[in-house]
Every structure is written in structure tokens, then in C-alpha cells.
Write a protein that binds this ligand. Structure first.
Ligand code: BG6
Length: 306
């Protein structure tokens, strides 16, 4: 029997939930959890602890994944919800991977269960290991807990299992599927101060909703606000609620950067925007030994774009 079939048999034997959770092979032979509730479906890759899709019944997919996404060890999957941790953005050392290592490792399934209302809950875990210790010499447990009701709740729980304090940043780097870039705007960040990562200017203040007409790469500070992605083409609003986060990142690579990225189609910048529930920039988390921090995003869809 191949390794993947063996793995799938074991995962299903231990964690399958009839009609609600099943493991099957995905692209790159990555094991993928298929979750289903009476309201929605979702898929989650064991590689990266990475949500790949979320589709409420009868609706357009909420998450976007590139047609050029690569599914191989050592490479992050372009789309869905990559787990960015334990640092957001480039590291101070050029040898270290941008956006940390959590999205580039195989995670383990910790547990699966049905809540009383038949909502499936899946918990994945990543612990420090030889490869993580080389990149970040700290002991930790990182969990992703995915709860699928009519909204998708994703909790990222970092615990310091070492004997001295650690600091970390991170994000649930959510790629949203949109009808067309000219049809969308983001509300919720009005009057917020932000860092424009393209110019380094951190004194800018948001005026009104965000529209996309050029490359956009911003960290909004001191912001615990929920956001709404309005999409007139899909006639819907996607509500992005959050907790444990004082920063939100908004990103669209636009034309030139899209062309520079090997795992991103030249025209795909028109089909996605990222709204990242983050601990980024000055929003640094300090964990004393034994302490945990939970970063949560809850994503739901409302009819009508206004
Ligand atoms: C965003 C950053 O969070 O992620 C951007 O703000 C970056 O600067 C983007 O380009 C994608 O990063 P990566 O490492 O997945 O290509």
C-alpha cells in the first residue's frame, strides 16, 4: 500500500466523522480533510494546517486558491488560509523563510468531534521539531482549531512550552474569492492608521472604504475592528470577525507583482484580495513559559453587497 493510502486509512480510522469529516488525497497527494455541516463545506490540508476552501450551501466559494498553486513540501500553498507563524513578513535574516515556517510543515491531527448541534470541529497541531528548532530555537505547541457552522471559525493557539519568554507575530493570511477586483471594497478600517509596506510610510490614515486600483500592501495598526468585504458582482458581503488581533493586513499584488510570482497567474489579481487577521508590525505577542495566545477569525456570508 502506498504511504498516502496508509496515512489516509489511519487518519480516517482515528478521526472520521460520518457525513461530517473524511480524509482523502488532494493535489500533491497531500491528505485533505473534507468537512461538511448542514450549512457549509470546507477542506483543510494537513500540510500547513491550511484551510483551502469554505463554501456555504448554495453560495460562491468564499476562499480563493491560485490555479498555479504548488503542492509540495517546503513550499507554501498560494491561497486559502496559510498559517503565518512565528513571524510575519521577511525575517531579519535572509536565510529564514518569509512569513515563518508553520505553513511549510506537515501538521498532525490532534482531534475531531461533533458539537451537540452536529457542527464538526477539527484540531491540528504542530510542535517544535528538529527542523523548526534550526529556524527558531524555541519550544512551542501551535494548534489550529476549525469549526464549521454557517460561518468558518479558525483559531490559531500558540503556547510557549519552553522555559523562557518568547515573542512572535503571525496571521491567518486569508485569500478571498471575489467576482472582480473593480466590484469590491472593504469597510471597517475607516480612520485607521496604517503602514504602507510599499513605501514604508506608517503615518497614513484610511479615509472611507478601501478600493483597489494599484498594488496594495498595508498593515492597519491598533485595530481590533471587524471588516466587511462588499462584492457587488456576487451580491454579497463577507464578514470577517476577529479576536486576539490588533492588526489587519490588506494585500493585493496587482499587475507587476502578480507577474513576478511563479505560483500566481498574471490575471489572478482580479479574482482575490487578502484580509489577514494578524499580529503583525507593532502587534507583537509575548508568551511567558506556559502561556498561550489565541488568534481567531470568523468568516460568514451575508446576502446583498450593502
Ligand atoms: C502579505 C504581505 O501578507 O503576504 C506581502 O503583506 C506579501 O508583502 C504577501 O507579498 C505574500 O507573501 P508570500 O510570502 O506568501 O509570497
Amino acid at each position: 500500500m502506498s504511504i498516502i493510502l496508509d496515512t489516509l486509512d489511519t487518519l480516517n480510522a482515528q478521526h472520521e466523522l460520518p457525513n461530517a469529516l473524511h480524509f482523502a488525497a488532494g493535489p500533491g497527494e497531500f491528505p485533505i480533510a473534507h468537512m461538511r455541516s448542514e450549512h457549509a463545506e470546507a477542506t483543510v490540508s494537513v500540510y500547513g494546517g491550511h484551510v483551502l476552501s469554505f463554501t456555504p450551501k448554495g453560495k460562491q466559494p468564499v476562499l480563493w486558491v491560485s490555479n498555479l498553486a504548488e503542492y509540495r513540501e517546503g513550499k507554501a500553498i498560494r491561497g486559502g488560509i496559510p498559517v503565518i507563524w512565528p513571524w510575519f513578513g521577511p525575517s531579519s535574516s535572509p536565510d529564514l523563510p518569509s512569513h515563518g515556517f508553520a505553513r511549510n510543515q506537515f501538521w498532525s491531527i490532534e482531534s475531531s468531534r461533533l458539537q451537540d448541534d452536529n457542527t464538526p470541529v477539527l484540531e491540528l497541531v504542530l510542535k517544535d521539531n528538529a527542523s523548526s528548532q534550526k529556524l527558531w530555537p524555541h519550544s512551542f505547541t501551535l494548534k489550529v482549531v476549525i469549526t464549521l457552522t454557517n460561518c468558518l471559525k479558525v483559531e490559531l493557539i500558540s503556547t510557549n512550552t519552553g522555559s523562557s519568554a518568547v515573542t512572535c507575530t503571525g496571521a491567518l493570511h486569508t485569500y478571498f474569492n471575489i467576482s472582480a477586483i473593480e466590484n469590491v471594497k472593504i469597510s471597517g478600517l475607516d480612520e485607521g492608521q496604517y503602514l504602507d509596506q510599499l513605501t514604508g510610510d506608517d503615518t497614513l490614515i484610511q479615509a472611507g472604504p478601501i478600493h483597489f486600483e494599484a498594488e496594495t500592501d498595508r498593515i492597519y495598526f491598533n485595530s481590533s475592528a471587524d471588516c466587511i468585504l462588499h462584492d457587488s458582482g456576487f451580491d454579497r458581503r463577507v464578514l470577517v470577525e476577529k479576536r486576539g488581533s490588533q492588526s489587519t493586513v490588506v494585500w493585493n499584488p496587482w499587475i507587476d507583482k502578480a507577474k513576478r510570482m511563479g505560483d500566481f497567474g498574471d490575471e489572478e489579481y482580479k479574482q482575490m484580495v487578502c484580509i489577514e487577521t494578524a499580529n503583525a508590525g507593532t502587534d507583537v505577542i509575548t508568551l511567558e513559559p506556559g502561556e498561550s495566545h489565541t488568534l481567531t477569525t470568523c468568516i460568514s456570508v451575508l446576502d446583498g453587497d450593502n
